[in-house]
Design a protein around this ligand. Structure first.
Ligand code: ZN
Length: 273
């Protein structure tokens, strides 16, 4: 089971309680090995200042969340592509191990899933082309199919890896147990990904009686996902990155004292991850 040093705090887990400085200092206080900021929280202080705070506290950066949303403007505009380049640059500045991509859902007003897939793939290819020049790995995060319309139309590890195969070097995947635990092909697709393309591992839990499909993720151990099993598949391929804890929880964990959240996260790391 992971020690606290093998965990990373995705800042979404404490987004209602802490700004970036507080999250970084909280990680140091709880001996957590890394952090993964969201871009909005990074903007508060700027990427350079964030890098300094992160380094001063001896943290790794398991990823930057997030780039993507290639379908948001109905076509692959230069604004969308430029924002993704900026995200790549920010990831470089903070020393992130990868830039995580939530690729975007259906084009507004459209039912044409194939066109959304094509736009996403083109946007990814163009972003990867730039990211290669600055050595920033791009991690496609497949989301649960319930988000196909509004957030991400890449919904399985298999689909993400098909895209990786076509784009080539510089792109891999983020495996988030919340999004992928149900997939009968998960073990095989993790094997197919292999060490070089397994760029991030996100953990939380699926609550059996979840009351919200976006904002009611569970703490590891409170739900139905066999996280240690999935972690064993990832590590069997040679993944040595941090176990990034990403919990959106409007009615529960976001209402609690953030130090209690981090303490629980460390405790559960030892028993349920
Ligand atoms: Zn995730």
């Amino acid at each position: 089971m992971p020690t606290s040093q093998q965990l990373s705090l995705n800042t979404a887990t404490v987004k209602k309680q802490w700004n970036l400085r507080q999250a970084i200092e909280g990680c140091a206080r709880h001996n957590i090995g890394g952090i993964s900021p969201w871009r909005d929280i990074l903007q508060e202080c700027g990427a350079s200042e964030a890098r300094k705070m992160i380094d001063d506290n001896g943290l790794k950066v398991s990823g930057l969340c997030r780039g993507g949303m290639f379908t948001a403007q109905g076509s692959l505009t230069s604004a969308v592509l430029d924002d993704n380049k900026l995200a790549v640059d920010e990831a470089v500045t903070i020393g992130a191990q990868c830039l995580v991509m939530v690729v975007g859902g259906l084009i507004e007003g459209s039912k044409d899933l194939a066109s959304a897939h094509a736009m996403v793939e083109e946007g990814l290819a163009k972003t990867v082309e730039y990211a290669r020049t600055v050595n920033m790995p791009i991690a496609i995060e497949p989301l649960h199919p319930m988000y196909a319309a509004d957030r991400a139309c890449v919904n399985s590890l298999g689909h993400a890896l098909d895209i990786c195969d076509r784009i080539g070097a510089g792109v891999g995947v983020a495996v988030d147990v919340y999004h992928l635990w149900w997939d009968t092909q998960l073990e095989a697709q993790i094997k197919r990904a292999g060490k070089d393309r397994l760029l991030a591992f996100h953990v939380c839990d699926w609550l059996k009686n979840t009351n919200d499909f976006l904002l009611d993720r569970g703490m590891m151990g409170d739900g139905v996902i066999d996280i240690p099993l999935i972690r064993s598949w990832v590590e069997r391929e040679g993944f040595t990155g941090l176990n990034e804890v990403e919990i959106f929880s409007a009615d529960n964990w976001w209402t609690k004292d953030a130090d209690e959240v981090l303490k629980t996260m460390v405790d559960r790391g030892k028993t349920a991850v």
